[in-house]
Design a protein around this ligand. Structure first.
Ligand code: ZN
Length: 479
């Protein structure tokens, strides 16, 4: 069954923009504060008030468009999207309809069959509605928080180019990463600053016409989107297989029960009676300003990947890991500037730093060791002043104290023992103390080599240079 039908998926992603103030008034744009403290007559829709457009929100919208290869309209309009809902005091949202800010873009993703372009139909500006909070004291109550009213959003509408739940997942990941690099949104799905709706239909493989689609809402994680799509593709395919018809409707995903239910008819009325917003003049994008925004755009993930490959000669897998968070990428680059050891730095960042971040559940921006000190530690390791064993000890000390690695090495006496004069004596003593094992080794029990390595490390408190120890051991045992 699954082989006969092919899904056709388009995604609509709403992203809250991280501006200081709201879209059309001076109220603070801030999540998590006490309800209804960031409100004013404009965002509450009092009669007689007038909206004033937030220039930063337009700039952020343009940045999103440029980063997704969109055309930027030199002229666009706002429109009223009319509907009644208790958390929408104005009775309409100011949005864009026929003339969006950005259009005809694309985003490159990694699909199961290699690199693929997903078309972006449009990106338009919109204001958010308030928030209804249900069941605080009893199931009957609904509370309203208007802090979110008028918070600037962009809606990013993809073409129906997505052909599997996995592609949808990869599209969302790439889009989120791109927006994070632009620093225009924190893209926090749990807090609702990134929300995703999906249009889904299925058709027989090889058919060109689209099937009847449904819309899926209320997914609150990327893995939830994937699960919801899998559920709906299965449902539609089964329905068609059995000779039924798909009904065009809106479905709500229930993540706990892992199933979707139709929205009630009332919630679904789709006639928004759009008309041009009479309180705002048309938006003209100044070409000089556009040029400046273009110049200001930070390096994006794909460019960073290419540069890391060329500059640092790392493997694709490692690069993907380092650039998956632009703060980690920055930490890496700042460390390499000190250590001048790109591969060693990548290895230690992944094995040690990322491990600590995970264990302590913190971001790299809150990490205890500065790039400078981390770089200094790696220099000691690179120059054979300490061995990897000791470097780990120093690293752990650095997590607790703000002290330079050289000081810790000095204090703890961790400087690496090397030079055959110093080491050879110790190794000879080890072989003498373990003459039985040495004899067995010489008779062919080669796996005892590790035992001697361990004994030398024990005697030197882990400070012996491993390569030199190996060489001297081999020489003494095999001669
Ligand atoms: Zn306001």
């Amino acid at each position: 069954m699954a082989e006969v039908y092919e899904p056709v998926i388009g995604l609509e992603v709403h992203v809250q923009l991280q501006t200081q103030s709201k879209m059309f008034c001076k109220c603070k744009n801030k999540y998590g504060d006490a309800p209804n403290i960031h409100t004013c007559p404009i965002c509450l829709g009092y009669p007689g008030t007038l909206p004033v457009l937030n220039k930063k929100a337009v700039e952020f919208g343009i940045k999103a468009g440029l980063a997704t290869n969109c055309e930027i309209a030199d002229f666009c309009r706002f429109a009223r999207k009319n509907y009644f809902y208790p958390d929408l005091p104005k009775g309409y949202q100011i949005s864009q309809y026929k003339q969006p800010l950005c259009y005809s873009g694309k985003l490159m993703i990694e699909s199961e069959n290699g690199e693929k372009a997903i078309g972006i139909t449009r990106i338009h500006l919109e204001e958010d509605s308030g928030k209804s909070i249900h069941g605080v004291e009893s199931d009957e109550d609904t509370y309203l928080d208007f802090n979110r009213c008028g918070v600037p959003l962009i809606e990013i509408v993809s073409e129906p180019d997505i052909r599997s739940p996995e592609e949808a997942y990869q599209y969302l990941r790439k889009l989120k990463l791109t927006l994070e690099y632009l620093e225009i949104s924190d893209c926090n799905m749990e807090q609702g600053s990134l929300r995703c709706d999906a249009n889904i239909s299925v058709r027989k493989k090889g058919e060109r016409e689209f099937g009847i689609r449904t819309e899926m809402k209320n997914m609150n994680s990327f893995s939830g989107v994937k699960k919801a799509l899998e559920f709906e593709i299965k449902r539609q395919s089964k329905l068609l297989e059995e000779g039924g018809k798909v009904v065009q409707q809106t479905l709500l995903w229930d993540d706990r029960r892992e199933e979707a239910r139709p929205m009630r008819g009332k919630e679904e009325s789709e006639d928004y009676r759009y008309f041009p917003e009479p309180d705002l003049v048309a938006l003209e994008v100044d070409q000089k300003w556009l040029h400046k925004i273009k110049e200001d755009i930070a390096e994006l993930p794909d460019e960073k990947h290419k540069r890391f490959k060329k500059e640092y000669e790392l493997r694709d897998y490692d690069i993907d890991l380092l650039i998956s968070d632009h703060n980690i990428a920055n930490y890496y680059e700042n460390t390499v500037e000190i250590s001048e050891a790109p591969v060693l730095t990548s290895k230690w960042l992944q094995n040690e730093v990322l491990r600590v971040l995970k264990e302590e559940n913190i971001n790299i921006t809150d990490f205890a060791i500065s790039e400078k000190r981390f770089g200094q530690l790696l220099i000691l390791l690179k120059d054979d002043k300490i061995n990897a064993n000791s470097a780990k000890k120093v690293f752990n000390k650095m997590l607790q104290n703000d002290v330079s690695p050289a000081e810790i090495v000095e204090e703890e006496g961790l400087a690496q023992m090397s030079g055959s004069d110093q080491l050879a004596g110790i190794i000879e003593a080890v072989l003498e103390e373990n003459s039985d094992e040495a004899a067995r080794y010489r008779e062919g029990e080669k796996k005892l080599f590790g035992f001697f390595m361990g004994q030398v490390m024990k005697k030197t408190k882990g400070k012996a240079n491993p390569q030199e120890t190996q060489e001297i051991l081999r020489k003494l045992l095999d001669e």
